[in-house]
Design a protein around this ligand. Structure first.
Ligand code: TXA
Ligand code: MG
Length: 387
């Protein structure tokens, strides 16, 4: 059940009472069952019109008390908890149903907070932070003892980023300066790009959802590992290889990212799971635009004749040309950010519509194409048809 707090003044007394009792109940529930979630009332905090300072204080208080708050960032929505509290991190794993060997990213609101959570700050980290923070870049460094091992999945390294979103930065400040946050989806589902996606997955399992509207980028941050001699991209994102190379020179890409060979495991534990996955079977069709359209139309009519419900993911430029199936335009190839913004939402929508099979065009666009195709390939279980 949700409490809509649009008209803050009217609800004030009522809200404070409810939050007080909820906090007690949620603390009791967590104390009794630290590794399982129990139904709790999730507060809906609407900040689409801007940061509400009083609500933000409460959100920060929830974090400091060991609770969970979902919040928008420029990439996807995150599920935040106090990164310095080992129990709070465990609650994140329980609410998401996430394997506890999959480490969390620690979010900070100012670059100098790094000193507290990493052993020593490499020069390359300072250069990258100066170039890309706040922004969609996560850096991996050796952790300091201040970071609990429940946050890093037992690793001696920690992933850190400073997000470029006013609500996220305010929440981090109010919540003590260090917020551990994975994407705010149930493990295995596509990452959430709206607060409604978070609600669909986590209603009743977390303390608060802050609605800040749709996110700007739509795929998760680039992850770069600075513990290697040559820094290595473990997850592609909006900050691409060329951008990183232009600032620090040599940068490698994790060979495990592109391989289906199990002996090449991706270094980021989370990249080994087949997630971002819709319930339907997804196939990527690649080739010339005309060939791809013809092949998808043929595949869809074959599938429909077997009684299957079919979804098509197409570029805006082609979407109108399809004559069958449920067609969704991801966005324009000429404005590739529109494709990354819509991709996860379309996968979720196809789940809601009960689609059985999905055929997607390929979106190997120049700037964010590597990130878009990485997510799409994972959603498709690397199932590609070349025509
Ligand atoms: O854009 C983002 O990065 C979003 C927003 C909320 O900030 N967060 C996000 O978190 O995508 P998550 O937990 O869904 O993905 C974090 C990835 C996982 O693949 C995890 O295995 C990897 O980062 N990771 C975290 N710490 C790591 C470490 N110390 N070494 C290697 N990989 C690490
Ligand atoms: Mg995730």
């Amino acid at each position: 059940m949700f409490l809509h707090i649009r008209n803050y003044a009217c609800y004030n007394d009522f809200r404070i009472k409810r939050i007080f009792t909820r906090k007690k109940k949620s603390a009791q529930a967590h104390a009794e069952h630290p590794l399982r979630w129990r139904y709790m009332e999730t507060i809906w905090a609407d900040m689409r019109a801007g940061v509400d300072p009083a609500l933000m204080k409460e959100a920060g208080r929830i974090i400091l008390d060991g609770g969970l708050v979902a919040f928008p960032t420029e990439t996807v929505y995150g599920l935040g908890a106090n990164a310095l509290d080992p129990e709070a991190a465990r609650r994140i794993y329980a609410a998401k149903g996430r394997p506890s060997d999959n480490p969390l990213i620690v979010h900070i609101a100012r670059p100098d907070s790094l000193d507290r959570i990493v052993c020593s700050v490499p020069e390359r980290a300072r250069i990258l932070a100066h170039a890309f923070w706040p922004g969609p870049l996560t850096m991996i460094m050796k952790k300091s003892p201040a970071v609990p091992s429940s946050v890093t999945g037992g690793l001696d390294t920690v992933a850190v980023r400073m997000p470029d979103h006013e609500i996220a930065l305010k929440l981090i400040e109010e919540g003590g300066g260090f917020i551990a946050a994975p994407s705010a989806n149930t493990s295995g589902r596509p990452s959430p790009t709206t607060a409604q996606h978070v609600r669909d997955d986590l209603d009743g399992k977390i303390d608060m959802i802050i609605d800040g509207g749709s996110v700007g980028i739509g795929v998760e941050s680039t992850i770069i590992d600075l513990t290697e001699d040559v820094p290595m991209i473990l997850r592609p994102g909006y900050i691409n290889l060329e951008m990183l190379q232009s600032v620090i020179g040599d940068v490698a890409v994790d060979p495990g990212l592109h391989s289906e060979d199990p002996s090449f495991r991706p270094k980021a534990p989370g990249m080994k799971y087949r997630h971002y996955a819709p319930k339907a079977e997804l196939t990527i069709v690649e080739g010339s635009e005309a060939d791809v359209r013809a092949a998808i139309e043929r595949l869809v009519s074959e599938a429909q004749s077997r009684g299957l419900k079919c979804g098509i993911i197409a570029a805006e430029e082609d979407a109108g040309a399809y004559r069958c199936g449920i067609v969704r335009s991801a966005g324009s190839r000429k404005k590739e950010i529109t494709i990354s913004q819509h991709l996860f939402g379309i996968l979720r929508e196809f789940d809601d519509l009960g689609v059985d099979v999905i055929y997607s065009e390929s979106f190997d666009t120049p700037r964010i194409g590597a990130a878009i195709m990485n997510r799409l390939m994972k959603a498709a279980g690397h199932h590609v048809l070349s025509v």
